[in-house]
Design a protein around this ligand. Structure first.
Ligand SMILES: [Zn+2]
Length: 184
């Protein structure tokens, strides 16, 4: 996900880049589980500046926060990157109070030949996607993501705990001897 400065021309252009989650540590850390496709629309502005509008699509390895099931979460994030030139060498990233969370600005020195975009994509993923989403339930009480009913998950949990006071009360109604020592 490297933008070559030589691809910033005098005419508007579109670029397509692709990458794998293993290419950059930022991608693996973001939970990306599929190849990433990045589309860039480059618009030349006055003064050798360029506006780069990017949209990255792929999928995340997430987990349903309701069913604790692994799920694949498709993503689509976009960003705007304003690039202009500076005399000092290197890249200077600029933070402007007026820019939105999807907006980035960088000044490029004469030595700069490429701009890495993976950190921007990773940041947008963190801002827009939860790796433990809590999906809604449909009218039948099933998780809209996994199609499971919460009861199917809750039952084994109660058995494991074995201390739910509601079970003790039910046993008491049946006259179980297991309630010796109960205040009743
Ligand atoms: Zn679910």
């Amino acid at each position: 996900m490297i933008l070559a400065i030589t691809s910033l021309g005098k005419e508007p252009s579109s670029l397509q880049l692709s990458g794998n989650p293993s290419d950059f540590v930022e991608f693996a850390d973001s939970g990306i589980s599929t190849p990433i496709r990045l589309n860039l629309d480059v618009t030349p502005l006055s003064g050798d500046s360029h506006l780069v509008q990017g949209r990255a699509v792929g999928a995340l390895a997430a987990e349903c926060g309701r069913c604790v099931e692994p799920i694949t979460l498709p993503f689509s994030v976009h960003f705007n990157l304003l690039l202009d030139r500076q005399d000092p060498v290197g890249v200077e990233w600029v933070d402007d109070d007026h820019q939105g969370v999807e907006d980035y600005q960088a000044h490029l020195g004469p030595d700069v030949t490429e701009i890495p975009l993976q950190s921007i994509i990773a940041e947008q993923l963190v801002l827009n996607y939860n790796l433990h989403p809590l999906p809604d339930l449909d009218a039948a009480g099933r998780c809209v993501q996994c199609g499971r009913t919460p009861i199917a998950v809750a039952e084994p949990k109660k058995k494991d705990e074995g201390v739910d006071p509601r079970w003790a009360k039910l046993e008491g109604l049946k006259g179980s001897s297991g309630l010796e020592g109960s205040k009743e």
